[in-house]
Design a protein around this ligand. Structure first.
Ligand SMILES: [Zn+2]
Length: 82
């Protein structure tokens, strides 16, 4: 836990602490009162509690995975029926 980086609000005038990201960006920890969430991989969108700015963290591996999935996927059901 020692090398965790702070995930701060992207609003320059706010910079509220949103959570912690571990060294290799694989895990994000978000704590609020008695709520504690850890996320591994994917995309996280969090609205700042202080200024309401929408903050986003995206895992590049996840983006690659989604891109690959869409490329492989056959046409949608509607298109198949035609
Ligand atoms: Zn903020």
């Amino acid at each position: 836990m020692a090398k965790d980086q702070k995930w701060l609000c992207q609003n320059e005038t706010c910079k509220a602490l949103l959570g912690y990201v571990d060294e290799d960006m694989s895990q994000v920890r978000i704590k609020y009162k008695d709520l504690y969430v850890t996320v591994e991989g994917g995309r996280i969108v969090l609205i700042c509690r202080h200024c309401a700015k929408v903050n986003e963290l995206t895992d590049q591996d996840y983006l690659n995975y989604i891109q690959e999935l869409r490329r492989k996927q056959p046409k949608t059901e509607a298109e198949k029926g035609k």
